[in-house]
Design a protein around this ligand. Structure first.
Ligand SMILES: Nc1ncnc2c1ncn2[C@@H]1O[C@H](COP(=O)(O)OP(=O)(O)O)[C@@H](O)[C@H]1O
Ligand SMILES: [Mg+2]
Length: 230
């Protein structure tokens, strides 16, 4: 049975990649062999060594198991725009069975697969499906990255509702201090603790030089959950 987590966030640029990398390090410290997956990456460029994307590079660098790019990142687009629009402009169909197949290959390579979404939980993939469907197709429990800034309580609670409405377990959340000047931070954190129905896995401070290996996060339930809940 594959083990893994789907990392979503309250928005784009809230620290999903940082949190995903920190969770990879937490899994590795717990003795697991870990591989990362970024099923859809928008904002990619060609180099002599092939396609590059910042998230894919960061996730790969954090993981201790590598794999072919087509498994780690099956769909890549040059423009940093909404994935379904990038896909339709380039006449690519984002196909969940393809993503599932690559995930299955990855899960045979490692003890855990850490999967990062793109944008927020309901970002569309195509005319019918979104990242919530992707998390469901992979049968993964969800970790929510909350970018701590004014407005985040609403975004966090909306995301929780969407995750639960899809029948997926929210197994933890992370408070990421993207706005060091946020007013009444402690009260916001307390409100989220009371209203999010999952454990707080850690608070990530604002870092001058972001370094996922320096971030200490708990793993959900003190260990990786099984994905066999469905
Ligand atoms: N706690 C933090 N302290 C400092 N910079 C951060 C922090 N969290 C995120 N960042 C920076 O903010 C940007 C967005 O973070 P990222 O993890 O890429 O977000 P997402 O994956 O949600 O788009 C990156 O440049 C990242 O280094
Ligand atoms: Mg990211």
């Amino acid at each position: 049975m594959p083990h893994g987590l789907f990392i979503t966030g309250t928005d784009t640029e809230v620290g999903k990649t940082l949190v995903a990398c920190a969770l990879i390090h937490a899994c590795r410290r717990a003795g697991m062999r870990v591989v990362a997956m970024k099923p859809v990456a928008a904002g990619c460029y060609q180099t002599q060594d092939g396609w590059k994307n910042e998230d894919v590079e960061a996730l790969r660098a954090a993981a201790d198991v590598d794999a072919p790019l087509d498994e780690i990142n099956p769909y890549r687009f040059v423009d940093a725009i909404a994935p379904h629009i990038a896909a339709s402009r380039t006449k690519v169909a984002i196909d969940l069975p393809v993503i599932r197949e690559r995930f299955d290959l990855l899960s045979r390579r490692a003890d855990a697969v850490i999967v990062e979404g793109a944008g927020g939980f309901l970002v569309p993939l195509n005319e019918r499906e979104d990242f919530g469907d992707l998390a469901r197709a992979l049968a993964l429990p969800v970790v929510l990255t909350v970018g701590m800034r004014l407005g985040c309580i609403n975004h966090a609670l909306l995301t929780q509702e969407a995750i639960l409405a899809r029948g997926l377990p929210l197994v933890g959340w992370v408070a990421n201090r993207i706005d060091p000047a946020m007013s009444v931070f402690d009260e916001n954190l307390e409100t989220l603790k009371q209203r999010l129905k999952a454990p707080l896995l850690g608070v990530v401070p604002r870092m001058d030089r972001p370094d996922a290996s320096a971030v200490r996060l708990d793993l959900p339930n003190g260990q990786m959950p099984s994905t066999s809940f469905m």
